[in-house]
Design a binder for this molecule. Sequence first.
Ligand SMILES: [Zn+2]
Ligand SMILES: [Zn+2]
Length: 340
Amino acid sequence: MKSCVITSPFHYEIREIPIPEPKDNEVLIQMKSAGVCGSDLHIYRGENPCSTYPLVPGHENAGIVAKTGKNVTNVKVGDHVVVDLIITCGECYQCTHGREEVCEHVLVRGSGTDGGWREYFTAPEDDVYKIEDSIPWKDAALIEPIAIGAHCTKRGRIQPDDTVFILGTGTIGTIILQACKVIGAKVVCCDIDDESLKRAKSFGADETINSKTENIAERISQITGGHGCTAAFDSACFPGSLTLLLQPGIVCNAGRVIPMGFSDKPESFSQADINKRELDIIGSRMSAYQFQPVAKNMAEGKYQLEGLATTFVKFSEIEKVFKNMENPDPAVKKTVILFD
Ligand SMILES: [Zn+2]
Ligand SMILES: [Zn+2]
């Protein structure tokens, strides 16, 4: 089998290795599709402090069960499955309080340990979820990123009567938009790119704001009758973007603000900015317990998937993925690797 390995920052190779044997509680997965994420670029560039090399990237993994260990009962050979990206201890405070995404000992497949950009790999059965055969492989790779949208909207307590502001309409912004629409909330999308806003409209945005040409607070005031949005997601994640969302006129009193990024630059707001309106700033990282509900929604056709992935690359031509990391084409928003 072939395995794609980042040997050190900016270097990768395709290695020919034996197909692994599953242990008693493990499942051997033959990969069918894998998403390429912005975080893979950071790993390739050596910008992810949690990554060690050599590393097989890939945390958005879908495939077929090829073999099972003798104690496996969850899935059987031939099942279509997705593989959770997080490996947790199951015992710490977080794991025992429904917050395994921030397990004290969390390890992420494709970042802190080997992921799915290889033809076969093994995983414990608890991390492997059966999905409907009717979900095309090109879509199954999107279950992980869509689970992020399901997770952060749960963290943000999004309800049907919310008016949600989403800053940034890239892949994650578009996914949060869809998660909000599945719940039934009204969504206002903001970006600096008209093409991207047009795309957000086609994915169900009720209102769009181009912050390059329009005043955000004025438009929000018009849209919400002067009240402000009830929740705001930062999927733009540039230095200062969280400060922007805490400015008066974006969210209302008791509003929730959910930053999605990992910018390590200080922001500038005061305790008064938070407490005058009793705002909640709610962290959200990866996802937990969402793969199965998302796969179910996907099988029921609840997401608009056409156009979410913009580019498809065969695993045998994976050099195209790295070429695009080195020289990004703006038309490539989300790539899915399809295994031959
Ligand atoms: Zn990702
Ligand atoms: Zn734990």
